[in-house]
Design a protein around this ligand. Structure first.
Ligand code: PXP
Length: 238
């Protein structure tokens, strides 16, 4: 059974549109766990455009929530992670002007910085993951940097599948990447841009142990409800 991580950033986006308290990301995190999510992801961005510090404070207080905190590799963020001690941390690249996380980390450029960053988290027994493009050289670097897991960026294949285009090449790249990472003893996760169809296709890759899905789940929940949407994903990932 592949684990499902539910990203609830866009519950905060919706809440922030009115600047009030509803819908509550904390409640969404609790409900996601109740409905069968294996973990809940929040991305505390530098510009705090969706998840705010108060959300992290409230969600991390609840030990029934397996929290996966997405952060950029900055001094400020490592300080925050060590303070709130989420169960998992996923390191992502961050650009101010991007709409969403557009690609994986540049590991070769930031090797030493990331090594240091990961070490601090590993020392506190926080599971660490690096969000990377499906590329063998980056997987080798992720191992060298000392991460426990990699999360493969699935944006490209997801776009192709949604457009009805031929995605064979991207599938092969992700498949080879997952197999190579597993050989290096890295846990393999996947995320970005996924919907039911992408999840179904990528669930055929046995080495992928966790999917992290956000935007589609929150959007689909408007029509079908949060519970039904999570249940449908759980069924696909069986
Ligand atoms: N995984 C990571 C590392 C991400 O940065 C994101 C987007 O915030 C996701 C998964 C989820 O992507 P989506 O919202 O497109 O499902």
């Amino acid at each position: 059974m592949i684990r499902l991580g539910v990203n609830i950033d866009h519950v905060a986006t919706l809440r922030n549109a009115r600047g009030e308290r509803h819908p509550s990301p904390t409640f969404a995190a609790k409900q996601a766990m109740r409905f069968g999510a294996n973990s809940v992801t929040i991305h505390l961005r530098e510009d705090r455009r969706h998840i705010k510090d108060r959300d992290l404070f409230l969600i991390s207080k609840n030990k029934k929530i397996n929290l996966n905190l997405e952060i950029a590799a900055t001094d400020d963020m490592v300080r925050i992670a060590l303070k709130f001690k989420p169960k998992y941390v996923c390191v992502v690249p961050e650009k101010r002007k991007e709409i969403t996380t557009e690609g994986g980390l540049n590991l070769s450029k930031n090797k030493n910085k990331l090594k240091n960053f990961i070490k601090k988290l590993n020392n506190r027994k926080i599971r660490t993951s690096l969000f990377i493009n499906p590329k063998l050289s980056d997987i080798k670097l992720a191992k060298l940097i000392g991460a426990n897991c990699i999360e493969l960026h699935t944006g490209k294949i997801s776009n192709k599948i949604k457009k009805g285009a031929n995605y064979k090449k991207e599938y092969k790249i992700i498949n080879n990447s997952a197999k190579f990472a597993k050989k290096l003893n890295l846990d393999v996760h996947a995320g970005h841009g996924m919907d039911y169809k992408t999840a179904k296709i990528l669930s055929n890759i046995n080495e992928i142990e966790e999917f992290n899905i956000g935007h589609f789940i929150i959007g689909e929940s408007i029509f079908n409800g949060f519970k039904k949407t999570i249940h449908k994903f759980k069924k696909i990932l069986k």
